[in-house]
Design a protein. Structure first.
Length: 608
């Protein structure tokens, strides 16, 4: 009966709860007072219609009284997938009808990340709507519990990075997105823009630096071996180059010998002024001014570096460089001992974040931040008074450690969010912000460096690294094996070029064919099958993965790894993109081949 108040089905609720627990490992429970907040009534065609109590406004309906599913279907047609794989960040579950409509109208390869702000409302809906199909759907990830929501940014970002997906943000009707969801989506947009900019501006430099590293492993150490040198219980102090560093840097002398002092590359000149020798330096960027690191105090200090650290920096720290942040390529070329992870390491796009990740992966449980302003101080951006463009960035106001507003930039604010996400994800790590200035990093413990020095006075630590303590990254035999693998890559690139030429021919045949026939015709299906086979020979190779990560400058041009064409118009768009991409891809392969040959030759000369 229309608008009749429905009764909860507790068996249905428990089935939904059971499926949720099986998939996510979290138990849900019903709110004993849910009837005072929510109601479910019958719509015109028997569908459940949800109501929310809104104080003086009374009961507010959150979907159509006529037909929620029809309304949701029409609503979903307003969204286009752009003939590309997308990650859909959707806010609000409602009764599930909107999510169902989206999964029916958009591409089948789209991943949905649904953020429901009200756990008790989701639990309420579970008693009236069978959500088991939605919960089981491998393309749908539900974020209901607070513990799940803490991982929302990380999970969506992983999808964007791994599959080069577009980000689409959708707010379910009758919902007003909260600050946490808005902030997560803003961070995702900024991060995706940063990732694309990095590849466009520095990706090729990063890969050239990796090629240099792979051919010079005999003059380096590996991070897993180095990590064993740090005794359990040792605190770490990460020294960044923020403008507040001069305030308390003298106190760092009291901590020397009582903690693991990690200095980012940009801050080493400031430590040099005060005669403070850090235990290690960290550098990760493929393009930096190496003069920052040419200091007296740095002459014997080891360097923790990414494999894509600036080539000049790698050369400067020959025989005392420790490679960190290995990816799948390092795993293949160097082996498991490299400590490489298939998914890589997200260090928030900044060297201080990389230093934090290094300390975290060593197993350090107390990390102190100094010089980590992430904000302006009297117009200054860094302690060394040099300006590398930050003054021209977009400025916004955030809360400082004293509760007052302070000026920062969009980029610095993203770095701040990274530290906050790390603190949430690793409650076992005590993070102390002893910068004594700058932006507030939520979750950190605000202290003076003097008080930290007092606390660490009983600790003892001395950094020693040499061939006698840990082995070099590779022997001569292992270097030659890596060199042989790189020479195989040269042959793989030749195969890529041959396949790309054939792909362009097939694309031309397909586009000509669908101009006079339906995309679903048997001939067109055979062309797509042949095209998919040619592409798979490329896409299944680690060399292509590397190219997509670092070498292809226009990341938006990279085609989806699964060809999805639902009509002729999509066929023209999708295959047109394929033809354009693989036409340019041939030259990308040729240029990369030249770089690999050059890197091998430099390695041969240096290893002689």
């Amino acid at each position: 009966m229309l608008n009749e108040l429905l009764k909860p089905d507790e068996e249905l609720r428990q089935r939904n709860f059971h499926e949720f627990e099986l998939k996510y490992g979290f138990m849900l429970s019903a709110d004993e007072e849910e009837d005072t907040h929510y109601q479910m009534r019958e719509g015109a065609f028997g569908e459940p219609v949800a109501y929310v109590f809104a104080g003086n406004t009374g009961w507010v309906r959150v979907n159509s009284l006529y037909s929620p599913s029809y309304e949701a279907d029409r609503w979903s047609r307003d969204f286009s997938d752009g003939c590309r794989r997308c990650a859909v960040a959707i806010y609000g579950m409602s009764t599930g009808v909107y999510l169902r409509a989206l999964t029916c109208s958009l591409r089948p390869d789209i991943e949905y990340f649904l953020y429901e702000p009200l756990e008790d409302f989701f639990s309420f809906v579970c008693a009236y709507v069978d959500l088991t199909e939605i919960i089981r759907n491998p393309k749908v990830k539900l974020y209901i519990k607070e513990e799940q929501k803490a991982c929302y940014f990380r999970d969506v970002h992983k999808e964007l990075v791994q599959f080069k997906s577009e980000l689409k943000v959708i707010v379910t009707p009758f919902y007003i997105r909260n600050e946490a969801f808005r902030e997560a989506c803003d961070k995702l947009q900024i991060s995706k823009s940063y990732d694309n900019s990095f590849v466009r501006e520095m990706g090729r430099s990063a890969l050239k630096a990796r090629l240099y590293a792979w051919n010079h492993m005999r003059f380096a150490f590996l991070f897993p071996d180095f990590a064993k040198l740090i005794p359990e219980g040792t605190p770490a102090i990460i020294v960044s180059a923020g403008p507040s560093l001069h305030k308390n840097i003298e106190v760092l002398k009291r901590i020397k010998g009582h903690g693991f002092i990690v200095c980012v590359d940009r801050a080493i000149r400031v430590l040099n002024e005060y005669g403070i020798v850090p235990d290690t330096i960290v550098s990760v960027d493929p393009e930096i001014d190496v003069s920052f690191l040419k200091c007296d105090i740095a002459r014997n200090v080891p360097l923790i570096a990414s494999y894509q650290a600036c080539i000049d920096v790698q050369e400067l720290f020959k025989n005392r460089i420790i490679y960190f942040q290995g990816l799948v390529y390092e795993n293949g070329l160097i082996g498991e001992k490299s400590g490489a992870t298939l998914s890589g390491i997200d260090y928030g796009g900044n060297v201080a974040g990389a230093a934090f990740c290094a300390c975290r992966d060593i197993g350090i449980k107390t990390i102190v931040l100094i010089g980590q302003d992430l904000a302006y101080l009297d117009g200054k951006t860094h302690a060394d008074d040099t300006d590398t463009g930050e003054r021209n960035m977009d400025v916004l106001m955030v809360e400082g450690i004293d509760g007052k507003e302070i000026a920062t930039t969009v980029a610095w604010n993203t770095f701040r969010h990274f530290f906050e996400e790390q603190i949430k994800a690793h409650p076992e790590i005590r993070v102390i912000d002893a910068t004594e200035g700058g932006a507030l990093i939520q979750g950190s413990e605000i202290r003076t460096l003097d008080s930290v020095a007092d606390e660490f006075s009983e600790c003892g630590f001395e950094m020693k690294i040499s061939n006698d303590v840990i082995p070099k990254a590779q022997t001569v035999e292992e270097y030659l094996k890596t060199k042989s693998m790189l020479e195989v890559w040269l042959k793989v690139l030749d195969i890529f070029v041959d396949n790309a030429k054939e792909i362009v021919k097939v694309c031309n045949l397909f586009l000509e064919s669908i101009s006079r026939s339906d995309v679903a015709d048997e001939y067109n299906k055979k062309l797509i099958k042949y095209l998919a086979d040619l592409r798979e020979e490329i896409f299944s190779s680690v060399v292509n993965f590397m190219m997509e990560e670092l070498w292809i400058e226009n990341t938006d041009s990279i085609p989806d790894h699964e060809i999805i064409i639902r009509n002729n118009l999509e066929g023209e768009i999708v295959i047109g993109r394929e033809r354009e991409y693989f036409s340019a891809f041939q030259n990308d392969c040729a240029v990369l081949k030249e770089e690999i040959v050059a890197a091998i030759n430099v390695g041969i000369a240096d290893n002689a």
